[in-house]
Design a binder for this molecule. Sequence first.
Ligand code: MN
Length: 240
Amino acid sequence: MAVIFAADVHLGPERPDIGERFFRFLELQARQADALYLLGDLFEAWVGDDDDDDFAKMVPRKLRALSDSGVPVYLMHGNRDFLIGERFAKDSGCRLLDDPTRLELHGETLLLSHGDSLCTDDHDYQAFRKEVRDPQWQRRFLAQPLAQRREFARHARDASAQYQQRQPPEIGDVNQQAVEALMSGGQVTLLLHGHTHRPAVHDFTLADGTEARRIVLGAWYEQGSMVRWDENGIELIQGL
Ligand code: MN
């Protein structure tokens, strides 16, 4: 039983090279797996399941080919594509996951998260997150014409890029106390997330003395990144 995970693919029509890399991954590595988990920010931006852009319509078909082949695909929202809804899930054959989600396999429990909720040192971002994750905000947003929603996404992206440049790098990383609180609360010693684009394996000790591990998936801007979990263990693989 081999399960694979990826996050922060950041698919979009303006980066066909990422699309090619990801679609190849779906046909090769994912096809060989027993399940695929996509842990947020599959898209650079997602303005609603009714998006009629060619690229937005192609991705669900690619995922559907995988799920139809018998590989279940699970999808968690990220901070860029939290508006993915039931229609996308149906079209793509994906099952939507809560953040966090527990996964038990090979006698171990793994906690899955996108990771943005753990970046608690970034107060501005957490305030923005609270606003846009509100169902009422989302209903109002989705009621706007597509052109207006795309404009908002473009603006949010530019503003975010400028904001990131002004921030000291540690602000954009997870807060260790938030990590430990999530893991202790979930009674797990293994956490897998993305979002920070800092692929790594971090070993540390929880307050009760238990050894814990946090694995961070990488973004797909320059190369593919995945985690593979099978009976031999869990491994972060860069350079797809
Ligand atoms: Mn993210």
